[in-house]
Design a protein around this ligand. Structure first.
Ligand code: IPM
Ligand code: MG
Length: 354
C-alpha cells in the first residue's frame, strides 16, 4: 500500500487535482501499485473549519503519507487576513519547511505540438529540456521579516540568509541531477551584489570538485533571465536560490507554451510533495477552463520519484503527449485548428490513453 495525501487547496486546485487523482487511479489499476488516497484541507477550507490555513490534522496526514499531491493555495478572501494567516505564508511555506523539502525540481519541456502555443519562436524553444533545481526552504522566504516605525521612516525588512550547509546540500542535489543528464550545470546567483550569492558561488566551486564530469557555469540572475528567452538551449540544469528560482521558473514555463504545463516535485525529506508550479487562478476557478496537465505531469513525477516506477511515469507522460498530438487544448494553450476542451475533458482524454 502506498498512501498519498491529497490537498486540493483553493481555486482551480479543486478542479485539476481530481483529474490527476483519476490518472493515478487508472495507473494503479494497470500496474497494481496499491495507491491509497486520503484527503486533507489546506488554506480556505482549512481556515473555515479549523481557523488556520494549515491545521495540525493536515500536517499529521502529510507526515503519515508517503507522498503529497497538492493543487494550489491562494484566494482573494484569504488576502484580507493578516499577513501571518495568509495561506502562502501560513500554509504553503510551512508545509514545505516542515516536510524538509529543500529541493524543488521544475521541468521545462518544449512539447513539439505546443511549439506554436508559446509566445517565443518555435526555433528558439524546439528541443528544450531544462531542469530547474530551486532551493525551497531558505533565503528571503524564510528569513526574519519585520515592520517598524511610522511615516516616511516606516521600514519593512526581509532578510536573505543562507548557511553553507543549506547551499551545499542543494548544490550536491543539482550536481547529482546534472550528472545523470547532459552534465551541464548553471548556478545562478547575484554574486556581484549579494553576500549570500558570494557564499553560494564559493560553495558551488567547492562542490564542483566532487563532480569533475559536470561542467559548471556561473551566471548572474539578470543575465539568466535574458538568456532564457534569447537562447534557452544553453541550459541543461539550473540551480538557484529560492526567490530567483520562483521568478525564473514562471518565466521558463513559457518555453513549454504555458504555465499550465509546468510540473514540480519538492524533495529532500521523507515525504515528497508534488504540485503544479502555477497558482490557484481565482479568475478562472470553477469554470472548467484550467489546464490540468501540470498537475497530471506532477503526478507522473510522483510515480517516478516517490514510487520509483519509471514505466508508470513514462506512461502518463506519453499519454499527455498523445493528447496534445491529437489537438486537444485547454484555453491557455489553444491555437487555431485545435479542439478546445475543458479541464475534465482533458483529464478524461489522458486517462483514455493509459
Ligand atoms: C510557487 C508559488 C509560491 C512560491 C507562492 C504561492 C508562495 O509562486 O510555488 O512558485 O513563491 O513559492
Ligand atoms: Mg511561483
Amino acid at each position: 500500500m502506498f498512501r498519498i495525501a491529497v490537498l486540493p487547496g483553493d481555486g482551480i486546485g479543486r478542479e485539476i487535482v481530481p483529474e490527476a487523482v483519476g490518472v493515478l487511479q487508472k495507473i494503479d489499476k494497470k500496474y497494481g501499485l496499491g495507491l491509497e488516497f486520503q484527503y486533507g484541507l489546506i488554506s480556505e477550507d482549512a481556515y473555515a473549519k479549523y481557523g488556520h490555513p494549515l491545521p495540525q490534522e493536515t500536517i499529521d496526514l502529510c507526515k503519515q503519507s508517503q507522498a503529497v499531491l497538492l493543487g494550489a493555495v491562494g484566494s482573494p478572501q484569504m488576502d484580507a487576513l493578516p499577513a501571518e494567516l495568509r495561506p502562502e505564508r501560513a500554509a504553503l511555506l510551512p508545509i514545505r519547511k516542515i516536510l524538509g523539502l529543500f529541493a524543488n525540481l521544475r521541468l521545462v519541456t518544449a512539447y513539439e505540438p505546443l511549439l506554436h502555443a508559446s509566445t517565443l519562436k518555435p526555433e528558439v524553444i524546439s528541443g528544450i529540456d531544462i531542469l530547474v533545481v530551486r532551493e525551497l526552504t531558505g533565503g528571503l522566504y524564510f528569513g526574519e521579516k519585520r515592520r517598524e516605525g511610522a511615516g516616511p521612516e516606516e521600514r519593512a525588512v526581509d532578510t536573505l540568509v543562507y548557511t553553507r550547509a543549506e547551499i551545499e546540500r542543494i548544490l550536491r542535489f543539482a550536481f547529482a541531477a546534472a550528472h545523470k543528464r547532459r552534465k551541464h550545470l548553471t548556478s545562478v546567483d547575484k554574486a556581484n551584489v549579494l553576500t549570500s550569492s558570494q557564499l553560494w558561488r564559493e560553495v558551488a566551486m567547492e562542490v564542483a570538485k566532487d563532480y569533475p564530469d559536470v561542467e559548471l557555469h556561473h551566471m548572474y540572475v539578470d543575465n539568466c533571465a535574458m538568456q532564457l528567452v534569447r537562447n534557452p538551449k544553453l541550459f541543461d540544469v539550473i540551480v538557484t536560490e529560492n526567490m530567483f528560482g520562483d521568478i525564473l521558473t514562471d518565466q521558463a514555463s513559457m518555453l513549454s507554451g504555458s504555465l499550465g504545463m509546468l510540473p514540480s516535485a519538492s524533495l529532500g525529506g521523507e515525504v515528497a510533495l508534488y504540485e503544479p508550479a502555477h497558482g490557484s487562478a481565482p479568475d478562472i476557478a470553477g469554470q472548467n477552463k484550467a489546464n490540468p496537465l501540470a498537475t497530471i505531469l506532477s503526478a507522473a513525477l510522483l510515480l517516478r520519484y516517490s514510487l520509483h516506477h519509471e514505466a508508470a511515469a513514462k506512461d502518463v507522460e506519453a499519454a499527455v503527449v498523445a493528447v496534445l498530438n491529437e489537438g486537444l487544448r485547454t484555453p491557455d494553450i489553444m491555437e487555431a485548428g485545435c479542439t478546445p476542451v475543458g479541464t475534465t475533458e482533458m483529464g478524461e482524454a489522458v486517462r483514455r490513453r493509459i
